[in-house]
Design a binder for this molecule. Structure first.
Ligand code: NAI
Length: 702
């Protein structure tokens, strides 16, 4: 018997406990343990009823997805198959009750569904989140759920993958009872009641779905609706097939259909990409080169300097995570305005249901304004988000270096300035690093932590721990212009501008890249972020002599800025705007035409969408290889996390570097060389990175 699953007897009731902390995942040992326990208990005449539960903080989080990684079918060759385990529970001749606390997700909830009854502790969540990894519940979840709660609700739950709270689960009929106090004691009372009444086990598999219980066109309509999220579309369609099988076939036939569909999902490129993204995010949290045992510093109080767009968002994010925040502004009026805006945002979050109202009020109360750096003296972490100006930032770094207590971590939210120079200016570079949030900071998931030359290991670990607490996807970058994300984005935007000069329209460029899967094309993105903001960065780099020797480099945004076409905020930019609607604008077109004429660039009549995608995406990936060669990022999957979490890169492509691997490194290198030949390569824009060359050489086929 596996020691992961323990059996304890209380009178004639056996309690089977999955004990594999922290999540009781359904590893091979857990599955085999459950199988052995149930086979033995069915034979044990002293046992009249069985309770299944989980030790520690939950029932079970579901499959051990590290078993899937890169193994395909082989993942299921060890231990008992989960659906076989579920069959054994289901077939038990003695009533089986799942006693659930914390959560039962995925395979964990499928185990609970194959029990005859489910009782849960208040606050429990249940659900089938497999779709988020491009998969479907493969151990009867798609067959038992519709039999239990009907086709429509089951489809909604399985295709959304969202957790269901105890009260909703009870009203849907997913569970039988919410019990106060100890959930095992509650389950025991429940099972004693069944035994007293002489109730036979109630098997969900025996329920027959009434074809009149859902609209005749339900599946057809749901199939059409289920194609919206591209990354999830494949699995969604397969889930609908499975639920339809549940509604029209026997349980055993439905189970066969479910397994076939599960394997199809497992083999799909979408699931491969989503699983890659899942592991990439977890991997990004690991810091490989700090001494073992390095502990983060304790952060109880936080400070934010600058209450503009970013400072406000950062303060909201910190307060949402429960940190008290002292927000320092340049004068009292601005401090008051910032705090008032933060309170208003929390009110909005509370009234719209995005946060519980009392939680929003409690978070709002954590933020106080000040104009004195003395009030930052007891903060453990201070993040500055003042104007993006070197002199102002250097002065602020020095001020914070003096004002913050020893051991406090000082972070800059700069997007373009040299973190090492700011660290020196603070006078305490070991305590200093970058924390680069994205706008709006309380919404966007990405956080780049920028490690300076002299950042101490525990300073770095502190920023990572805070990132975790803020529920950000936190990635470490070294110091370079643009860090990981904006540096890789630069050639992408450069090429979008070059294509405008060659004759493509903003609409064509955006449509091509949105068809590739980008959440927003580069022209609309620039208009949203502010053409002036983008242009300012280019102008500053020009002053510092950092631009390539290319008279047409990023001329479009600089010209639009000169004309006051700042994008959405001025109603005109690459497009003109009616509300938020971007409309192609002949005036903007005249600007592109004129720039092209002045630069002597011949307008091409037709530019293929495939060229637009390659011209923008391939140099972005190539820049990623350069970043890895320079040691700016630890691992290629970190670059994927950056682009998936912060730049709207299509989830079904798994991030730019994963996409490169799928498309083929040799293909990528060859396409870069093709553009070097056709576009010219005076600035080295199309020179494949050395590491890409090496990969291309080692993968002769693609
Ligand atoms: P902003 O102009 O909206 O806000 C800056 C704020 O800093 C102003 O409210 C100003 O009063 C305050 N401030 C200036 N000097 C101060 C001082 N000595 N003491 C206290 N407060 C002072 O600027 P935004 O957009 O919030 O940017 C702030 C920083 O965040 C910049 O470093 C920027 O590069 C960076 N960033 C901006 C992003 C964006 O999308 N806006 C994205 C990521 C980073």
């Amino acid at each position: 018997m596996s020691n992961v699953v323990q059996i304890q007897k209380q009178g004639n009731i056996a309690i089977v406990t999955m004990n594999l902390p922290p999540m009781n995942v359904l590893s091979a040992a857990n599955r085999s343990g459950l199988y052995d326990a149930f086979t033995a208990l069915d034979q044990d005449a002293s046992v009249a009823g069985i309770i299944v539960t989980g030790a520690g903080r939950c029932f079970s989080a579901g499959a051990d997805i590290t078993e899937f990684k890169g193994k395909g079918d082989a993942a299921f060759s060890e231990g008992r198959d989960l659906s076989v385990v579920c069959d054994v529970l289901d077939a038990s001749t003695k009533p089986v009750v799942a006693a659930i606390h914390g959560f039962a997700f995925g395979g964990g909830f499928e185990v609970a569904l194959s029990c005859h009854y489910r009782v849960v502790a208040p606050g429990t969540q249940v659900g089938l989140p497999e779709v988020n990894l491009g998969l479907l519940p493969g151990a009867g979840g798609t067959q038992r759920t519709p039999r239990l709660i009907g086709v429509e609700q089951a489809t909604k739950i399985i295709t959304s993958g969202a957790p269901v709270d105890a009260k909703s689960a009870l009203s849907l009929g997913l569970i039988d009872q919410i019990v106060e106090g100890d959930v095992i004691a509650g389950a025991k009372v429940f099972i004693d009641g069944l035994l007293a009444k002489g109730d036979k086990p109630r098997r969900i598999r025996d329920i027959v779905i009434d074809p009149g219980s859902f609209p005749a066109d339900f599946f057809a309509k749901t199939r059409v609706a289920g194609t919206k999220k591209r990354a999830l579309a494949f699995a969604t369609q397969r889930i609908i097939d499975c639920v339809e099988a549940a509604a029209t076939k026997s349980f055993d036939e439905g189970m066969k259909a479910e397994w076939a569909n599960f394997l199809a999902c497992m083999a799909s490129s979408e699931s491969g990409a989503l699983q890659h993204a899942f592991f990439a995010q977890r991997e990004a949290a690991k810091v490989p080169d700090v001494p073992a045992g390095t502990k983060e510093r304790s952060v109880k109080k936080t400070g934010v300097v600058g209450g503009g767009t970013m400072g406000r968002g950062i303060a909201i994010s910190l307060a949402m995570a429960g940190y008290p925040v002292t927000l320092m502004e340049a004068d009292a009026a601005r401090a008051e305005a910032a705090v008032a805006a933060i309170r208003a945002e929390f009110e909005k979050l509370g009234s719209s249901g995005k946060m519980k109202a009392e939680q929003a009020a409690a978070s709002a109360a954590l933020v106080t304004g000040t104009i004195s750096d003395k009030d930052l003296g007891d903060c453990d972490l201070v993040i500055e988000a003042v104007f993006e100006n070197f002199e102002i930032k250097k002065a602020m770094s020095a001020q914070l270096g003096a004002a913050c207590k020893p051991g406090a971590v000082i972070a800059s939210n700069t997007s373009t300035l040299d973190v090492d120079v700011l660290a020196q200016a603070s006078g305490r570079p070991a305590d200093f690093l970058g924390m680069h949030f994205f706008s709006p900071a309380h919404v966007m998931k990405l956080l780049e932590v920028v490690r300076g030359k002299e950042t101490a290991p525990d300073t770095l670990m502190t920023a990572m721990a805070v990132g975790r607490k803020l529920q950000k996807h936190t990635v470490i970058s070294g110091v370079c212009f643009g860090f990981i994300g904006n540096r890789m984005l630069e050639p992408y935007v450069r090429e979008s501008e070059a294509l405008l000069l060659e004759g493509a329209t903003p609409g064509q460029i955006d449509r091509a890249l949105e068809a590739f899967g980008m959440a927003m094309g580069p022209c609309r993105m620039m208009d949203l972020a502010g053409v002036d903001v983008g242009a300012k960065t280019v102008i500053e780099r020009d002053k510092d002599g950092m631009l390539p020797d290319d008279p047409t480099y990023r001329v479009v945004c600089r010209e639009l800025e000169k004309l006051g076409r700042f994008g959405q905020k001025t109603g005109k930019g690459y497009y003109r705007y009616e509300g938020r609607n971007a409309i192609e604008d002949p005036e903007a077109q005249a600007v592109f035409d004129d720039l092209a004429r002045r630069a002597g660039i011949a307008r091409r009549n037709a530019i293929e969408d495939s060229e637009i995608v390659e011209r923008c995406i391939l140099p972005l990936i190539n820049e990623g290889f350069l970043i890895l060669e320079e040691g700016i990022a630890y691992r290629s999957s970190d670059l994927d996390t950056v682009f998936l979490s912060g730049y709207g890169f299509p989830a079904e492509r798994g991030g730019p570097m994963y996409y490169a691997g799928q498309a083929g490194h040799k293909w990528l290198r060859d396409r870069l060389l093709h553009y070097a030949e056709t576009r010219g390569n005076a600035q080295g824009y199309w020179a494949p990175a050395r590491s890409l060359e090496a990969l291309a050489a080692s993968t002769p086929k693609k």
